[in-house]
Design a binder for this molecule. Structure first.
Ligand code: ADP
Length: 632
């Protein structure tokens, strides 16, 4: 048996990083719906290794064996019950073996583990959750009871073997170079008894054709040791083919290996730019949200090739607000003989960034016009990210405002465009009204909307964190400024009420209400900037608004939470003088009771605004006193 080392010395076992052990445990103990994916994961690693060497050999041609064409070779051996994946790529040194196959580097995998941990017990994992994300090399343990990786780093004299049974630890030892490729890796899977089907040639061939047909490195299959290799993957770069020569299934496979996701792309964009700059580009909008969508780094990642040589998998081609797009760009006119960093600073790269971004925005716009439903799904998944562009990308702001879709007070589940909003403006309405907050349901039931509803004025409901920011900077749309319904007194009095709506609160308040206002100011003191009669309420008793010239309340709170503001300005409490509670309080004479009630009105307004009562204990005490009194 080849894996028995002639050295008498036993290699010291090394422990996997805790996350690897968790992942392995999950993989082995959960009923995996689709074990086939290990083939794709190992092929994808082998192809990456070839592309890495191709790049390094640009600067150092001696690294690559003169006559070796890059290829991936799969060998099945029924007698030995092994399946082997060999590549002549970059290979791994001893330290690289330990870090690459003993830890988890990919942030997507980490996020995946966190999500699993958060969602349910480790033993029982929803297969659709597991099946949605790529899990890399460790997927080999779904089918193998033991895995060996013989590897030789290009340019190094020695070779090493990594071995593990996937149970908490692994070993690494030097081996004879004859056991490893000239440069590259040979991954040997000792198949478990339930996975022997993968040694049948039709199985491997079928999986490779189905899932790895678009890999840019050729794939050969050896049915049995000693037999001639048979080419089962052509190794043609999919992005360089004309669109008409690529099938939907090929696009889908390519997308899945590019994104490490197992869903369908929601939009596929494939084009060949000619003229001043020539490049091939293939970009996908995922069908579901990637795990790291809200990663604080907010970085986009694209694969950048220059004339088929992979320069980096991490090129910042698209802006942060399009970071969910998965893309490959292969340029014909970027320089190959300079560093990765210099390539990305060249003006040609700048032109590619601009061209690709414009194309994505243009294709999204086209889809929004032709297939509202498909576009709506994309907006549901990524709208909150696209909106970041509204304050980051001045140049494209108008295009992005056209792409934006909104929930509104009258259609909280809908997707209204700004054009539709403008078309529905009421007589004398001069602004686009909005309300920012945390979630749609709460926004839709906010008392702030009452006066607007009574007039049939539409209000945009903005539930995303980014909304408070862009809406402050947006100049407006078709000449109409954006205006928060919580800012100052709403200037909606000149807009007529709908028929059947509650009458306006009288401009002249009764002496009782005037007295109540004074009493409220006394009681609430420093808590509020002012207490006044509202023009926006028709059914609720009270609400909080920002002072006349103050910023939107939610924006202020967000800035304060991020430590960007020293404090928050005091709100104005507005009351509805027509509400029975206010008329009764105005007429009440029991001072202690009125004081309790005033605090409760204020705390209730805070609650409606997404804040907590100032003093929970005092709140509870007051509520108990008032209810006791009401109960008689
Ligand atoms: P990922 O490919 O997403 O980084 P994997 O778990 O599949 O995650 O692989 C971990 C790392 O192991 C890779 O990033 C790579 O550095 C290394 N690796 C895996 N297979 C090979 C291989 N055949 N040749 C060289 N390096 C490899």
């Amino acid at each position: 048996m080849s894996e028995v080392d002639n050295n008498a010395k036993v290699a010291t076992p090394r422990a996997f990083e805790a996350d690897v052990s968790r992942l392995l445990h999950l993989m082995v103990h959960s009923i995996y719906s689709d074990r086939d994916i290990f083939v794709r994961e190992l092929i994808s690693n082998a192809a990456d290794a070839c592309e890495k060497l191709r790049y390094e050999a640009l600067a150092n041609p001696a690294l690559k064996q003169e006559d070796s064409q890059f290829s991936i070779e799969i060998t099945a051996d029924k007698a030995a019950k092994t399946l082997q994946f060999a590549d002549n790529g970059i290979g791994m040194s001893e330290t690289e073996l330990a870090s690459a196959l003993g830890t988890i580097a990919s942030s997507g995998t980490k996020a995946f583990l966190d999500k699993l941990g958060a969602s349910e017990g480790e033993g029982k994992v929803a297969p659709e959750l597991i099946g949605q994300f790529g899990i890399g090399f460790y997927s080999a343990f779904m089918v193998a009871s033991r895995v060996e990786v013989f590897s030789r780093r290009a340019g190094e004299a020695g070779a090493h073997v990594w071995r593990s049974e996937g149970k908490g630890n692994y070993t690494i030892e030097p081996v004879d170079v004859a056991q490893a490729p000239v440069h590259g890796s040979r991954v040997v899977l000792h198949m478990s008894d339930e996975a022997l089907e993968y040694l049948e040639s039709y199985r491997i061939e079928g999986i490779v054709r189905e899932h790895s047909g678009a890999v840019a490195i050729p794939i050969d299959f050896i049915e049995e040791p000693g037999k001639e290799p048979r080419r089962i993957g052509e190794g043609v770069a999919l992005w360089a083919k004309p669109k008409s020569a690529v099938t939907e299934a090929e696009y889908k496979d390519f997308y899945q290996s590019l994104a490490g996701q197992f869903d369908e792309p929601a939009l596929t964009m494939h084009w060949h730019a000619e003229g001043r700059h020539e490049y091939h580009a293939l970009a996908f909008i995922p069908g579901s949200r990637p795990m790291d969508l809200f990663d604080p780094a907010r970085k986009s990642r694209a694969k950048l090739y220059v004339r088929r040589v992979l320069i980096t998998g991490d090129a910042h081609i698209l802006p942060g607000w399009l970071r969910f797009v998965r893309s490959v760009v292969d340029s014909s006119d970027l320089p190959l003989n300079v560093s990765r960093e210099m390539i990305q600073e060249s003006p040609v790269f700048g032109a590619i960034q601009k061209g690709v971004t414009n194309r994505v925005v243009q294709d999204l716009t086209k889809l929004a016009e032709t297939d509202a439903q498909a576009y709506g799904k994309i907006w549901d998944n990524f709208g909150a990210v696209i909106k970041e562009g509204l304050y980051e990308d001045y140049e494209r702001r108008d295009a992005l405002l056209k792409l934006a879709r909104f929930a509104t007070a009258s259609a909280p589940d809908g997707k209204t465009t700004l054009a539709e909003y403008i078309a529905g403006l009421k007589e004398n309405q001069t602004a686009i009204y909005y309300l920012v907050g945390e979630d749609i349901k709460r926004l839709a039931s906010s008392p702030q909307l009452e006066g607007f509803r009574a007039r049939g004025i539409e209000v945009l409901l903005l539930p995303d964190a980014v909304d408070a920011f862009w809406v402050q900077n947006a100049v407006g749309y078709e000449g109409k400024p954006f205006k928060s319904v919580t800012q100052g007194a709403a200037d909606i009095k000149s807009i007529p009420l709908k028929e059947g709506s509650e009458p306006e609160p009288a401009a002249e308040v009764s002496a009782a209400i005037a007295g109540l206002l004074t009493r409220m100011k006394q009681v609430l003191g420093d808590e509020v900037a002012d207490v006044r009669v509202s023009e926006r309420l028709s059914t609720s008793a009270a609400c909080l608004v920002a002072p006349e010239s103050g910023p939107d309340r939610r924006l202020e709170r967000m800035l304060a939470e991020h430590g960007q503001l020293g404090g928050i300005s005091k709100p104005v409490l507005e009351i509805n003088p027509g509400h029975a509670l206010m008329t009764k309080l105005g007429a009440a004479s029991d001072d202690a009771f009125v004081e309790d009630a005033i605090w409760l009105v204020y705390d209730e307004a805070r609650l409606m605004d997404g804040e907590r009562p100032n003093d929970a204990a005092a709140f509870a005490g007051r509520l108990a006193r008032v209810l006791t009194r009401a109960a008689g």
